[in-house]
Design a protein around this ligand. Structure first.
Ligand SMILES: [Fe+2]
Length: 382
């Protein structure tokens, strides 16, 4: 009969062997999504051209029951004003009518998390293209890695040996709130994102409602913000790649565009704050004294002023950062597919899993939408 000590030793031996065996097994198996690993083609693309966007959610507005695609689903609201979690819907099988409803639902909830979507994920890139094209012209990212032959998909990727993400090393946090590629003239609307591989723990994504962010402000301040427009820039993102990081490729020259600081959703009519720390650079038209800053002498050249709008943007960024009451957090269980409306939300990756060396591999399908709509009379020509 074994002693207690012998039993404990045997149990320990089993425990210590198991991870090694599993690791060996993992290394032997070919990676299931190897065909979707980041590829950095040397292609160069011309500037994007304007196009007319028709939002599928608009069609669902006249539907007798615009949520009928959820009739047999289980829906849990993640927070009162942002995010739903859905089980019991196979996204890959939705017909056109249901996709219209989906676009409206995401516009209303900002973020919808669909569980158990292996069918969707495993249908592959030709299907992803058809899926995304239904919602708008697919954006081709100027600097990201993409699956070979499929520049329409933006990939995020990190493993023990490499990262192809936009990650700043000398910061106290990896939190960078942003709306994707807001520097484009027609930034993305309904966006689909899923992970092909995820760490055991960590790598969650934060979301915030820019509708709620705006609503927290006083009516007087919102009225002022409606009169403002801001420059969004892709230059820094391109420069990051030009330094050799993130694949080191810039396939389309970076652009800057002017957008309203408060934009209106074309389908729901809801207003949302539309500035973000990653891409918004300055508010157009304010004078230096209006910054309220005494750090810069009046005689200082404009280049030393950074921007006169710094105080307002800093206040808005701080408001976005610290308003947990507007935020939701998505944990990436296997086969989760998330959709968000990039026009009315912001999000941030959380890179807290570096030390695990585990792979995080995600794909984004990014249809562009309309040029942001500001308040009536706001001139966006400059
Ligand atoms: Fe993003």
């Amino acid at each position: 009969m074994s002693t207690t000590t012998e039993l404990a030793q045997a149990a320990l031996a089993t425990l210590s062997l198991r991870p090694v065996e599993e690791q060996d097994k993992k290394q032997e198996e070919p990676y299931r999504y190897a065909h979707l690993l980041p590829h950095f083609s040397q292609d160069h693309y011309p500037p994007l051209t304007p196009f007319d966007h028709v939002d599928p959610g608009q069609r669902a507005l006249s539907h007798a029951n615009p949520r009928s695609f959820l009739d047999s689903a289980s829906v849990v609201e993640l927070t009162p004003n942002l995010g739903s979690e859905v089980r019991g819907v196979n996204l890959a099988e939705l017909n056109a009518d249901a996709r219209d409803q989906l676009a409206l639902e995401v516009a209303r909830r900002g973020l919808v998390v669909f569980k158990d979507q292996q069918d969707f994920i495993d249908r592959g890139p030709e299907f992803y293209k058809t899926w995304g094209s239904y919602f708008g012209r697919l954006h081709i990212h100027p600097t990201s890695g993409h699956p070979e032959g499929y520049p329409e998909f933006h990939l995020v990727y990190r493993d023990a040996n490499s990262t192809f993400n936009f990650e700043i090393d000398d910061s106290i946090t990896t939190t960078v709130w942003h709306s994707d590629v807001s520097y484009e003239l027609q930034p993305p609307g309904l966006t689909t994102f899923f992970l092909l591989s995820q760490p055991t723990t960590g790598g969650d994504t934060l979301f915030t409602s820019q509708v709620s962010t705006l609503k927290k402000l006083s009516p007087q301040f919102v009225a002022f913000l409606r009169t403002l427009k801001a420059v969004h820039s892709g230059v820094e993102q391109a420069d990051f790649s030009r330094t050799g990081r993130r694949g080191g490729i810039v396939r389309r020259e970076p652009v800057e565009n002017v957008h309203p600081v408060v934009r209106r959703h074309p389908v729901t009519g809801e207003e949302a704050l539309y500035v973000n720390r990653q891409f918004t650079r300055r508010i157009v038209g304010l004078k230096r004294e209006e910054s309220g800053s005494f750090l810069y002498p009046k005689s200082a050249p404009r280049s030393q002023l950074k921007t006169v709008s710094e105080n307002i943007l800093k206040f808005l960024y701080d408001h976005i950062d610290k308003s947990a009451d507007n935020q939701a957090r998505v944990k990436w269980q296997p086969n989760t597919v998330v959709l968000w409306d990039n026009r009315i939300t912001a999000h941030s990756a959380i890179v807290d899993y570096k030390n695990s060396g585990e792979r995080r591999h995600g794909a984004r399908i990014t249809p562009q939408a309309e040029r942001p709509i500001g308040s009536e009379g706001l001139d966006l020509t400059s």
